[in-house]
Design a protein around this ligand. Structure first.
Ligand SMILES: Cc1cc2nc3c(=O)[nH]c(=O)nc-3n(C[C@H](O)[C@H](O)[C@H](O)COP(=O)(O)O)c2cc1C
Length: 325
């Protein structure tokens, strides 16, 4: 699978997730075979202002390859300048956000608001395309709302502007995250352009990715929430797409080792005080649905130190492995 000049080792891609797909998380999913991982959406204003806080989203390393960076904005010139900055700072691919439905984003004319303003969407794609030679993608919804379900039109426009692939999350912006992703839209977009189409939405198990590909003929599959507490999903997808069975689930000890590895990376990156806070949500995801998990989750708030968290986790997993909960 190629996106412009970029060749991917398989067809499993990590979605941009605000507050989640930071440097450590991207490294982790890559260790499980993820072929391309994205930063969260980054404001072009912050990039153009050269804000240190914004530049932190671009922290990366040679292990974080290929490095996808998603930008959002509504001003074509600023988007172009931000794209140049991002290219200079190590991006291997740039994605333009046309799908974010958050009020604070759409009220500025960025994100999913671009789907109801195709002329502006075109200007942005053209100016970013002119500014950088990197592979360029656009991530969109099925449309703004039911009356403006124009993903096919915008995908054709993206192709016309020289974008190298389109990512489709087939819910309207109005839907937010409610209801089910309408994979049929991915198929319609795929049938109407020649550039690769990356399907996204409601993939929670490797088998879902195969179903999506079979139903839509998409070229690659992007996973967001299904990777939370479950980076192993990429290993399963890579196996299935290679015609192999899904590897067995991690043992409890392997799961513990994975959580510790993730925690160590998060603490090394954020420092202990912040890292212990930002890691809590991951621990919730790692233990979601496990018997006795509620007790662990209740104890989490009080844990300020790594050792306390590891002790609690170890006790929890030990009890689980002895089937005592
Ligand atoms: C917490 C959260 C943060 C997100 N942040 C972004 C983002 O920064 N940029 C973006 O394009 N989409 C973002 N999304 C949307 C996802 O990339 C993805 O399109 C959506 O969750 C559907 O895929 P999934 O069902 O695999 O999660 C976010 C979604 C969630 C749940």
């Amino acid at each position: 699978m190629n996106i412009g000049s970029l060749s991917l080792k398989n067809t499993g891609i990590l979605a941009p997730l605000a507050g989640i797909t930071n440097f450590p998380f991207r490294i982790l999913v890559r260790e499980f075979g993820c072929a391309l991982a994205f930063t969260e959406m980054i404001s072009v204003n912050g990039l153009v202002r050269e804000s240190d806080r914004t530049f932190r989203y671009l922290d990366t390393s040679s292990a974080d390859k290929p490095f996808g960076v998603q930008i959002f904005g509504s001003d074509p010139d600023m988007c172009a300048e931000a794209a140049r900055t991002v290219a200079e700072r190590g991006a291997d691919l740039i994605d333009i956000n046309m799908g974010c439905p958050a009020r604070k984003v759409v009220k500025t004319g960025a994100g999913a608001a671009l789907m109801k303003n195709p002329p502006r969407a075109r200007m942005i794609m053209e100016s970013v395309r002119k500014a950088v030679s990197l592979p360029l993608t656009v991530k969109m919804r099925s449309g703004w709302d039911r009356d403006c379900a124009n993903a096919v039109e915008l995908a054709k426009m993206a192709e016309d502007c020289g974008c190298d692939a389109v990512i489709v999350h087939p819910r309207t912006a109005q839907q937010g995250f409610s209801g089910k992703a309408d994979w049929a839209v991915i198929g319609q977009v795929k049938a109407s352009v020649k550039i690769p189409i990356i399907g996204n939405g409601d993939i929670v198990a490797p088998e879902d990715a195969v179903r999506m590909r079979n139903m839509t003929n998409c070229d690659a599959v992007m996973v967001g929430r299904g990777a939370l507490g479950n980076p192993m999903i990429f290993r399963g997808m890579a196996s299935l797409f290679a015609g192999l069975p899904v590897p067995p689930a991690l043992s409890i000890r392997e799961r513990e080792a994975l959580i510790i590895r993730h925690l160590d990376m998060e603490l090394a990156y954020e420092g202990e005080t912040i890292g212990m806070k930002t890691f809590r949500k991951h621990l919730l995801w790692y233990t979601k649905g496990l018997p006795g998990g509620a007790r662990l989750r209740n104890a989490l708030g009080a844990m300020k130190k790594k050792e306390a968290m590891l002790n609690e986790l170890h006790g929890f997993l030990d009890a689980l492995s002895r089937n005592e909960v």
